[in-house]
Design a protein around this ligand. Sequence first.
Ligand code: ASP
Length: 320
Amino acid sequence: MRKCILALAAAVSLAGAAQAQTYPQRPINMVVPFAAGGPTDIVARMVAENMSKTLGQQIVVENVAGAGGTTGITRASQAKPDGYTIMMGHMGTHGAAPALYANLKYDPTKDFEPVGMAAGTPILIVTKKNFPAKDLKEMIAYLKANPDKVNQAHAGIGAVSHMTCILFNSQIGVKPTAVPYSGTGPALNDLVSGQVDYMCDQIVNLVSQIKAGSIKAMAIAMPERSPALPDVPTTKEAGMPEYEVTAWNAIFAPKDTPKEIVTALSAALDKALDDAPTKARLLELGAVLPTKAERGGDWLGGFVKKEVARWTPVLKDASK
Ligand code: ASP
């Protein structure tokens, strides 16, 4: 019996190795759990383009939005673990979701093979162009004085824009009307047209609209200003040093995807992050690229555990 099991295990791992040697033989589906045009989609398409060249097969982005990104990640986590379905997760889907969904269908720390960090994305507090405040102090005063008038956009419960604004709102003691979207791409359109008042979002979505003056940036939640937006003050400069948060986007494969395939994907991602034009485009949008030490699946797996442990008490407390 034991011999049989060993033989079976050997056969399975040989099959995995053989599959990995020829991988990929057809296009790879990358699930982006938000609407097209938003930050997760932007980061995904930028790295996927270069990874496709390295892998010799197209990575096709599929937008599966809903429930703060948890709909797409649930679906992708249940796909066949053969390397042909991967996903772009983030600090919400793989950090915040366990605190905010009692019946989450996946465990970010157990149900994935981490591929690698794609980009760090500092958070900005942005308002519609004609919001009646010229800086963060005035904005906070206005939010406190007009609790029934203001509304805040976000990309669904547990999304980065939701969790980081829960934190912001709880630190200043306001509870505005929240307006959920399928991603902060469409939310940004409504911010530009003045349908909503403010949001907390990932920098890569915002740089061009801030530069064009079609929305206002109140502060960036980083210790230093971003080279992509040198005129935007940090939260510390703007008088709210306790609000500092940088989100992230990272690639995952479903649990039990063969190790050789995960390694091939990690190497392709690594190469994309070192590719000069890809790197330049990400930096232009304000992304913070992972250092060499922060690359690969092992690092990401450890990081996700720390993120879940870090956010769970913070979010449970802030959403009381
Ligand atoms: N940045 C968004 C969020 O709030 C999602 C997106 O559209 O990428 O999680």
